[in-house]
Design a protein around this ligand. Structure first.
Ligand code: WTA
Length: 681
């Protein structure tokens, strides 16, 4: 790795600030300001990179903003369209609620199919025998692989089964599967026939699954009997049974539950079964034909729904459509990871989250990449597991959340590292860079969201120097703006709310069944802009620094959780009168969940009660949302109008007691002292 010294650089586009007076930096050298540390890609790396200089980026970026139609239509022309989009109208949008309904459309009138572009198109261009998926089971000796042709055959078989069972274009299918090959296979099979998939992360509880069934009323449920996570067997079928039972008691009956026998976790015979509704995948799917015609769909036909947590209310069904999402995920994948045909790519995210949709399944396969899927957990059988997998498959691009471990493996194959899900602090960045990447691999710290479909602010690894902890600059076509409380755009060195001006192809189009909530949540706070819910600052060189959520959403180990959801689970406990949940810094998970609990009068605090409160969250949402800490609260700090002052709770939770600030507006300032007194009880 070579670190170069520069004095100045070309100015970056307006809105992205400008790079000036760069300080020369040698990694590890201590400089006064964190922000001035620049880490350069090596000359070798830049020379072979798709985007190899700031100038090249600037030219492309400028065109993407000034001439979006030309920019995106050139890119989209490399994909297969049965019929091209309306040539005069590559996109149409209204992001301003004061001017009418918010609407975003890209490539309208274009007829295509994303599954065709992921599979058939790659096979036609001669990549049929290339490995599409490597699958690594929970146990180190259990694995498998599929070439592009084999994957297509599997997808077609399932697609035929779905069609034979009445699933039609526009119907919804819920997928509740762990990271086995059948998960991307099922997503692609739905896409092939124009059905809308809704993957529910297989760590969600029966109650959460039931809520999603009620909301999107799937035609079919697809699951497997069980999965091993480390040493634990998780009986997924039991969870599905409970969810479907509750749904049918509430008027929504799912008539078919296709169940894959995940043999290494549980045998058929041990699985509970409901005759008439449940069918074993292995009994029916392999019998179907390996050829299945594609259902051609409009670019704006829905591709999938993915539920995500907000700061209030029940989970929101984020809806993505076909054409724009396809072009956007493929293009972001290609450039942010500087993709080469020879790469072996591993993203540790589960397909139950957006990262798994865009960057395990669609983005990589659209590029004809070889993808590693891993069923298990990062620390089984030991903490070297991830590096063992990297070495086994000679992974060159490794994309993960900032919280992982390192040990004795060579990792020589690695070329690029990616990071997502939470702000990565400069020391974690350095560790990732120095230790995991041997100071050789650029880090793509990608900022984006379920709603954005793909990367929004991200390094392009060969193009410009990085600053540890900064997501750097916007991707093509993206115009990030930072606004103040009043919604005024602020320029230069600044800090405020992160919004986006104008649409980009991968943007979500609505919240399923609730367009009004879509507008209220994302477009009302700052009219004319999409509001991300994140805080951000921009430094004098135009680099972006994400500072975390400004609303009541917590990111726990890369899982997004609304505090309101956890609170409503807690208060459903008969002995809990009131609950307030905040996020606190957590060494391993990034953020941890900290719950203040007021009990029903007369109920004494006890260890058992603490456990049963945690249990109620596990069973209503899932284990990943379990509070790390329960803090007994005789009462909660509230304003005179009854609003809980979370700012104060956050300070108490992180023990920043000297920074409590003004407590005089509280209805009862004494509450704070009571809480502090109970902090470690
Ligand atoms: C956070 C995950 C800092 C952010 C793709 C955002 C990040 C939320 C980064 C979305 C990053 C994601 N740096 N924060 N590189 N990437 N976030 O919808 O708070 O699960 O709003 O999508 O994760 O989480 P979601």
């Amino acid at each position: 790795n070579r670190l170069r010294h520069v004095d100045s650089m070309a100015s970056l586009p307006s809105g992205a600030g400008s790079i000036r007076e760069l300080n020369a930096v040698i990694l590890g050298e201590s400089l006064a300001s964190e922000e001035n540390h620049l880490v350069f890609p090596s000359d070798d790396f830049s020379r072979q990179a798709l985007i190899s200089s700031p100038q090249q980026y600037l030219e492309m970026y400028k065109r993407s903003i000034e001439d979006p139609s030309g920019f995106w239509s050139d890119i989209a022309s490399n994909f297969y369209w049965k019929k091209k989009w309306d040539q005069n109208l590559i996109y149409s949008e209204n992001l301003d609620v004061t001017k009418g309904d918010v609407s975003i459309q890209w490539f309208k009138g274009g007829i295509t199919n994303i599954c065709y572009n992921c599979l058939d198109a790659n096979i036609e261009s001669g990549n049929g025998d290339k490995i599409a998926l490597y699958w690594q089971g929970n146990e180190p000796h259990v694995d498998g692989s599929l070439t592009y042709t084999q994957l297509l055959h599997r997808v077609c078989q399932l697609a035929n089964f779905l069609k034979d069972n009445g699933v039609q274009k526009g119907d919804t299918v819920i997928i509740y599967l762990p990271m086995i090959m059948e998960l991307p296979i099922t997503m692609l099979a739905c896409a092939r026939i124009g059905a809308v998939h809704s993957v529910v992360f297989a760590g969600y509880s029966a109650e959460s699954l039931h809520q999603r069934v009620m909301d999107c009323k799937p035609k079919i449920m697809i699951t497997c009997n069980a999965v091993m996570r480390g040493k634990k067997t998780i009986d997924l079928k039991n969870i599905v049974d409970a969810a479907l039972l509750e749904s049918s008691q509430n008027g929504i009956t799912v008539g078919l539950c296709l169940t894959f026998e995940n043999e290494s976790a549980m045998k058929k015979e041990a699985t509970k079964w409901e005759k008439g509704r449940d069918i074993w995948w292995q009994d029916v799917v392999p019998k179907c034909s390996t050829i299945c015609d594609v259902e051609w769909v409009d670019a704006e036909d829905p591709l999938f729904l993915l539920y995500t947590s907000g700061s209030t209310g029940k989970p929101k069904g984020v809806l993505h459509t076909t054409g724009g999402y396809m072009i956007y995920t493929a293009t972001t994948f290609k450039y942010a990871f500087d993709y080469k045909d020879s790469d072996i790519y591993w993203c540790t995210a589960d397909c139950g989250w957006i990262t798994g949709h865009s960057y395990v399944t669609y983005g990589p396969l659209l590029n004809g990449a070889t993808v590693v899927l891993y069923e298990g957990v990062p620390n089984y059988p030991d903490s070297g597991r991830c590096w063992e997998i990297v070495d086994k498959y000679k992974v060159t691009i490794f994309y993960t959340a900032p919280t992982l471990y390192v040990t004795r493996y060579s990792r020589k194959s690695l070329r690029i590292l990616g990071s997502v899900g939470e702000p990565i602090n400069p020391s974690a960045w350095r560790w990732f860079f120095n230790v995991v990447g041997d100071s050789r691999c650029p880090i793509s710290d990608t900022w984006w969201q379920t709603e954005t479909g793909g990367f929004m602010i991200t390094p392009l690894p060969g193009a410009w120097p990085q600053k540890p902890g900064s997501a750097t600059f916007p991707f093509f076509g993206v115009q990030p703006v930072i606004v103040d409380e009043k919604g005024n755009e602020i320029d230069g060195e600044c800090s405020g709310y992160l919004c986006v001006k104008s649409s980009w192809p991968g943007a979500f189009r609505t919240l399923y069944g609730d367009h009004e909530r879509y507008e209220t949540t994302y477009f009302k706070a700052f009219p004319g802009y999409y509001f991300s819910g994140d805080g951000c600052s921009r430094d004098k060189d135009g680099y972006h620094w994400l500072t975390g959520r400004v609303d009541d959403v917590i990111n726990v180990s890369g899982h997004r959780i609304g505090t309101a959801e956890v609170e409503s689970a807690l208060v459903s406990h008969p002995q809990c009168a009131e609950a307030a949940v905040v996020g606190v810094e957590h060494e391993v998970k990034g953020q941890g969940i900290y719950a203040f609990i007021t009990l029903v009068e007369g109920v004494p605090y006890s260890e058992d009660l603490r456990k049963s409160l945690v249990l109620v969250v596990r069973s209503q949402i899932g284990a990943f949302a379990a509070p790390d800490k329960i803090h007994w609260a005789p009462s909660l700090p509230k304003t005179r109008s009854g609003k809980i002052m979370r700012r104060i709770l956050r300070k108490i939770a992180s023990r920043q007691l000297e920074e409590l600030g003004d407590t005089s507006t509280l209805a009862d300032p004494g509450v704070v002292d009571q809480l502090i007194a109970l902090a470690d009880s």
